[in-house]
Ligand binder design. Structure first.
Ligand code: 5GP
Ligand code: ZN
Length: 122
């Protein structure tokens, strides 16, 4: 872990740290001082945006423990995106651990919506 030129906690080989820095291109839809929202590369619904804190934390449990205000900022940005890009209704998913489907270990909220959603996680 190190500090980026913008002052964020960063991990060199982390995909979403590289999205935050602009090194990996992404379709950014909204930002705050400490969080970034960008389109998922493989959308599962009409609205499928990822919201990440600019600081690297591995998962939502670690983010909640270390910086709960930043978790609240991530949730607030998710709500803003759902208001702007859909009808304000959304599902917020934090896959936590490989068995739960987490493949990128920089915490990210999946903001899913824009249609009537089903419920079949397994
Ligand atoms: P996870 O499986 O960790 O919960 O979610 C990772 C998400 O990141 C997946 O939905 C996947 O489609 C998305 N993703 C993976 N690589 C990239 C990328 O390079 N750019 C963007 N925008 N999304 C990505
Ligand atoms: Zn990271």
């Amino acid at each position: 872990m190190s500090t980026s030129s913008e002052g964020h906690l960063t991990v060199p080989d982390c995909l979403f740290c590289r999205v935050v820095s602009g090194e990996v291109p992404a379709t950014v839809v909204a930002t705050t001082e400490r969080a970034v929202a960008f389109a998922d590369i493989n959308p599962q619904a009409p609205l499928h945006v990822l919201v990440v804190p600019r600081d690297h934390h591995a998962d939502v449990a670690q983010l909640a423990a270390v910086d709960p205000a930043l978790l609240a900022e991530v949730v607030g940005l998710a709500d803003e995106v759902a208001q702007t890009e859909a009808n304000g209704q959304f599902r917020l998913v934090f896959n936590t651990g490989a068995e739960a489907g987490q493949s990128v270990f920089h915490v990210h909220a999946h903001v899913i919506g824009g249609t009537q959603l089903g419920w079949s996680p397994a």
